[in-house]
Design a protein around this ligand. Structure first.
Ligand SMILES: [Zn+2]
Ligand SMILES: [Zn+2]
Length: 256
């Protein structure tokens, strides 16, 4: 009993502390990714990545990517093995690979209370979506939900923060009520490769989706794509016509 109270108390104090961090952590004056204050010919816009981080965030030129899911290909394939086997996803737009500076920015965004990183990451994501779909055909942006317990512990859903910026930039409504996570998958970061492959823990249910709508699903990282495929299947079962995806980063190594 006392243990339970102690645990709840500690969790609530931790949550309060994270909430305070949002207020107390000053938005850095320099690049939100590397902290450098760039001067001279290329002054960074306030709160925006410096030209160096911007260049490093993009996919390396010439890297072969799966045209459907945007993950690097490890052979002369037309599609990656996952997409070749059939996928409910219509396409994936990504800023770049999960490596510096995006990996560090995403970890700081999710786990250290630096919610202001949603803005620069969301702006890069909006640019990636416009590159892939110059005239975005979507009815709404839909963040991948967190399980309610995890959302409570973290205090926010990083995908929702990104989707809010993306929706604003693309002029699309943010839809958070069509989709729910009914089972929590173990966080991918804590699973080995085998665990990520067979992480069937996460389950999603959808309802109220406008029939035939083309939706843009938003998440921070696409690793195996299992979560995105599970969500897309749920949205399509609920009536969505097509589901495309916008993620900040894709896994730099093949995970199929
Ligand atoms: Zn930088
Ligand atoms: Zn693919």
């Amino acid at each position: 009993m006392f243990f339970a109270i102690d645990r709840v108390l500690r969790r609530e104090v931790a949550r309060l502390f994270r909430g305070l961090q949002d207020w107390l952590l000053p938005v850095p004056a320099g690049c939100p990714f590397c902290g450098r204050v760039v001067q001279g010919d290329h002054p960074a816009s306030p709160g925006q990545p410096c030209p160096d981080c911007r260049a490093r965030a993009a996919f390396p030129p010439g890297l072969p990517l799966c045209p459907l899911c945007s993950r690097p290909l490890d052979g002369p394939w037309a599609l990656c093995p996952d997409c070749a086997a059939g996928t409910p996803l219509a396409g994936v737009a990504a800023v770049g690979l999960y490596r510096p500076p995006l990996d560090r920015a995403i970890v700081r965004f999710k786990y250290t209370g630096r919610r202001y990183l949603a803005e620069p990451l969301g702006l890069l994501l909006a640019a990636a979506v416009r590159r892939r779909w110059p005239d975005p055909p979507f009815a709404a942006v839909v963040p991948v939900p967190l399980h309610p317990g995890r959302r409570r512990r973290r205090g926010f859903n990083q995908a929702e923060d990104l989707a809010r910026v993306l929706g604003r930039e693309l002029g699309l409504p943010l839809a958070t009520r069509w989709l729910a996570r009914v089972r929590s998958g173990a966080p991918q970061a804590r699973l080995g490769r085998a665990g990520r492959q067979g992480n069937p823990g996460a389950a999603f249910v959808a309802e109220g989706v406008p029939p035939g709508a083309h939706l843009l699903l938003v998440d921070d990282v696409l690793t195996t794509g299992a979560t995105a495929r599970a969500v897309a299947s749920a949205l399509r079962a609920a009536g969505a016509g097509q589901v495309s995806v916008a993620v900040v980063a894709v896994s730099p190594r093949p995970v199929w």
